[in-house]
Design a protein. Structure first.
Length: 187
């Protein structure tokens, strides 16, 4: 992995995405900090760096389809599939809705999803893995062979055990502590 690119993205996440204040996470847990990766992923440099770094993890695992629960997975999935194009790597992207769409094609999974492909679930920041596991259920029901979970930032609050319990391998780029240390100038 290119450590210079990794350091650049860490700096962006620390500066643009890290906030200290009391709030409730998607998992329902209280926290005194929040990492809003979308603030970094919707910057051109952030999207490029995340794509270039994450595609290395994806390719190393032989993944050919990636997506996760809307909205957390959207910008990171987009960044990765663009990096796949730059590398001429066969990768499809998609996202999972919380509920099946009531109109149009009435799908729960949207995008370039295909059954029977080696698939990974992704999210920008993962705490317990609950949203990702909900997405995995929908992927498997649609015929995907889900083998991996990926995150840009891992909060270290149970996701690794949750994924292991369902037989998924898990990889991520940063821990929340790395982002926090970079923000506080301790990295």
């Amino acid at each position: 992995m290119n450590n210079q690119l990794r350091d650049q993205l860490l700096g962006l996440l620390a500066r643009e995405s890290y906030f200290e204040r009391e709030l409730t996470l998607a998992s329902g847990r209280a926290s005194n900090y929040y990492i809003d990766c979308k603030r970094t992923l919707y910057l051109p440099q952030g999207a490029y760096l995340a794509g270039e770094l994450m595609i290395e993890l994806v390719m190393a695992e032989g993944i050919h389809q990636i997506g996760g629960m809307a909205a957390g997975a959207l910008p990171v999935t987009d960044a990765i599939i663009q990096a796949a194009f730059r590398r001429n790597y066969d990768l499809r992207g998609f996202f999972v809705r919380k509920e099946t769409k009531a109109h149009g094609l009435q799908q729960q999974i949207e995008g370039a999803f295909q059954p029977n492909r080696i698939t990974a679930v992704i999210d920008d920041t993962i705490t317990t893995g609950g949203s990702s596991l909900q997405a995995v259920e929908a992927m498997k029901a649609a015929g995907a062979k889900v083998s991996m979970a990926f995150a840009l930032v891992e909060r270290g609050e149970g996701a690794a055990n949750a994924f292991a319990g369902t037989g998924l391998k898990y990889r991520y780029l940063y821990t929340a502590e790395e982002v926090r240390a970079a923000r506080l100038g301790k990295g």
